[in-house]
Design a protein around this ligand. Structure first.
Ligand SMILES: [Zn+2]
Length: 197
């Protein structure tokens, strides 16, 4: 039990902190070494309906000005810009060292994919759902500058072809399967009517 004796009795200090990032604006950095699979931080924020999320995005001048939304399996959205925490500043990377997992109770936590060294920047891969046209301006707004060798150059999830229903976020609630669900960070806007083909 030697390890346990080193643990503080109260809550441990946060595993990460916010700082300016060379990737984009602010970023989140490890304050200590983090173990593979470790739960790093909750993606906190107010849970709001999809309609409310759209209204909030519109009030801020459009979805590209508001990328703190995280869609939940129940169709609602976590707004990290409202009662959120440092997790909202975690940047996207095409070669991330973290992943976001929705727990069975609808909370979202950021987990380490592998060992992370102190002062390393945390990142995860957003499948950023944007239902409008992927115009050049939108593509520029969501360009990826993560610097990874395999960088796709964009944070936007590819627009799905018509074979499968496109939007898991509007599906009704279903039994939670936290481990294999990849939550999408959604940039809402009023979607145009679906135009197959
Ligand atoms: Zn990238």
């Amino acid at each position: 039990m030697t390890d346990a004796s080193l643990q503080p009795a109260s809550a441990p200090p946060p595993a990460c902190r916010v700082e300016r990032s060379s990737v984009h604006g602010n970023g989140v950095f490890a304050t200590r070494d983090i173990l593979p699979g470790e739960r790093v931080i909750e993606y906190a924020g107010r849970e709001i309906s999809w309609d409310e999320a759209q209204a909030r995005a519109a009030a801020q001048g459009g979805p590209h000005n508001h990328t703190f939304f995280f869609s939940l399996a129940n169709g609602n959205v976590i707004d990290g810009g409202d009662a959120g925490n440092d997790a909202r500043f975690i940047n996207h990377s095409c070669e991330p060292n973290c992943e976001a997992i929705e727990e069975e109770d609808g909370t979202i936590f950021i987990y380490a994919l592998h060992a992370i060294l102190q002062d390393e920047e945390l990142s995860y891969s957003y499948p950023l759902i944007y239902e409008g046209r992927h115009t050049p301006a939108i593509k520029r707004a969501f360009a990826c500058r993560c610097g990874a060798e395999q960088c796709s150059g964009t944070m936007l999830a590819p627009k799905p072809r018509q074979r499968k229903p496109a939007a898991p976020r509007v599906k009704p609630a279903e039994p939670a399967m936290s481990a294999d669900r990849v939550p999408g960070l959604a940039a809402p806007q009023n979607p145009p009517p679906a135009m197959p083909g």
